[in-house]
Design a protein around this ligand. Structure first.
Ligand code: HEC
Length: 146
C-alpha cells in the first residue's frame, strides 16, 4: 500500500501542465476564500452581530481555523491566474510589494485575533475582529474587481 501511494505521489508531481490548471487555480482560490468567509462571516461575524447564538467554543475554533489557514492565502494567487471567471486583478502581480503587504497585514491581524480570542479578554476581541475585517476590505478594494 505504501509503495502504491508513493508511486501515485511521484506521478502527480511529475505530471505535465494541463490546460485545466488555470481553472483549478481559480477554483482553489474561490474555495479557499469561501471557507474564510464561512468562518469569519457566517460564524464569527454572525455571533458578534447576534444573528446566531454566541458559542465561545465555536468562536475560538473559527479563530484557530483562520489562523491555521492564513499562511496558505498567498498560494491562492499563483502568478498570472487571471480569467473572465475571476475577479482577481492583474495588479496583484504588477504591484507585488503592495500585495505582499496586504497579505502580511491580513496574516498578522488574524494572528492578533486568535491571540485576543485565546486571551478571553473581551475588550481586545472586538477591535481585533474589526481590524481583520478592515484587512479583507483593503485587499478587496485594491486587488479585486467590483
Ligand atoms: C490579500 C488580499 C485579500 C485578502 C486579505 C482577503 N481577500 Fe477575499 N479575495 C481577494 C481576491 C483577489 C478575490 C477574488 C478572487 C477571484 O475571483 O479569483 C477574493 C475573493 C473573495 C471572496 C469570493 C470568493 C468567490 O467565490 O468568488 C470572498 C467571499 C472573500 N474574498 C472573502 C474574504 C474575507 C472574509 C476576507 C477577510 C477575512 C478576505 N476575503 C481577505 C483578495 C483578498
Amino acid at each position: 500500500m505504501r509503495v502504491i501511494t508513493t508511486g501515485l505521489i511521484v506521478s502527480l508531481l511529475s505530471a505535465p501542465v494541463f490546460a485545466g490548471d488555470l481553472e483549478d487555480q481559480i477554483a482553489f482560490r474561490k474555495g479557499y476564500w469561501q471557507v474564510v468567509k464561512h468562518e469569519f462571516g457566517d460564524v464569527m461575524a454572525a455571533m458578534v452581530r447576534e444573528k446566531r447564538p454566541m458559542d465561545a467554543e465555536r468562536f475560538a475554533e473559527a479563530a484557530a481555523r483562520l489562523s491555521a489557514l492564513a499562511p496558505l492565502a498567498a498560494e491562492t494567487f499563483p502568478e498570472g491566474s487571471v480569467s473572465d471567471d475571476s475577479r482577481a486583478l492583474p495588479k496583484i502581480w504588477e504591484d507585488q510589494a503592495g500585495f505582499a503587504d496586504a497579505l502580511s497585514t491580513y496574516e498578522t491581524r488574524i494572528g492578533d485575533l486568535k491571540a485576543a480570542v485565546d486571551s478571553g479578554d473581551q475588550s481586545r476581541i472586538g477591535p481585533a475582529f474589526k481590524a481583520v475585517g478592515g484587512s479583507c476590505k483593503n485587499c478587496h478594494d485594491n486587488y479585486r474587481a467590483d
